[in-house]
Design a protein around this ligand. Sequence first.
Ligand SMILES: *Cc1c(COP(=O)(O)O)cnc(C)c1O
Length: 382
Amino acid sequence: MSPARAEIVVDLAALRHNVALLRERVGVAMMTVVKADGYGHGMVESARAAREAGAAWLGVATLDEALSLRAAGDTGRVLCWLTVPGEEYAAGLAADVDLTAYSLAELDEVAAAVRATGTPARLQLKIDTGLSRGGATRADWPALVAAARDGERDGLWRVTGIWSHLSSSDEPDDPANDQQEAAFREALAVAESAGLAPEVRHLANSAAALLRPSARFDLVRCGIASYGLDPAPGHTPDLGLVPVMTVRARLAMVKELAPGDAVSYGHTWTAPAPTTVGLVPLGYGDGVLRSASGRAEVLVAGRRRPLRGRVCMDQVVVDLDGDEPAVGAEVELFGTGRDGGPTAQDWAEACGTISYEVVSRIGGSRVPRRHVDSAADGGSAR
Ligand SMILES: *Cc1c(COP(=O)(O)O)cnc(C)c1O
């Protein structure tokens, strides 16, 4: 892989800055969510930086992700929350991972692994308070809690946490937030009256951690804000979060177009006047969203410039508006925004998606990812 063509630069100093800032802001324990390869930033590197900035917990979706963190040497608390029947629970117990159970069937599987290995589990219970995704329904909650308490008495596990997840935290005025928080408080009361005394109760992701103090409980689970992206565009006050990822490429070619020359597959854009265009050697095969076609902008030679025509598998064309930067000139797709270039949030708005998708999709086997530390490198993320 040649960084000459394109690269993803991840600034770990920015990640540490964001995690520390979030911690200070919320005033409760921090879980940094590093699932999906750290939202595209590198799971292990992001996890290390988050720990350095004081994240007491790391959160991942799958048990495999949790085991990878352990294999990389992480020894702190790690929670995972998405398992299927036949999961390698024994490995999870040996690795001292906090597991999440949604159902009695999962409790049975964990119990079998505990009996087989002699290693008690750390178990968290998830209640579905209205997202209708993972977690026990409110109808099934009392039975789950009772069985979990029985298992705790039998020494199979300790119930370390009770938690839920919000549907609409990026829309702070949505009544679903109040309803879900109320349902969560009820579920906690049911669990407590059954005799459970969890170490951590948690409900908030990044948006709720910042915008809904009542949802902070003992721990917040921050993903997107840790990577410096706005969890609730239009609602979040400017906190000084710094985007952690910058995506760069080099122009592969520069050429002149005459009026009437049409660009890329399907000829969806035709030059109305003479112009120059540059060939950017990244495409949807590298995770550049195809919906960016004709919509997103990139930074070339100090100016934001629009993409023209369709994003192809390996390349896309940028309108240089008569300028003729040298072949090999730098193209910044998105970054911190401090240099006048677009951010992942700008791309999300151009593409009709969310910044989460922009950063977690970019990259792949052809694009090298480089971790830098702008604090150690003297303030430059290059
Ligand atoms: C991904 C995820 C988070 C993090 O959400 P952000 O909006 O990125 O902060 C928190 N909790 C759960 C259960 C998740 O799946």
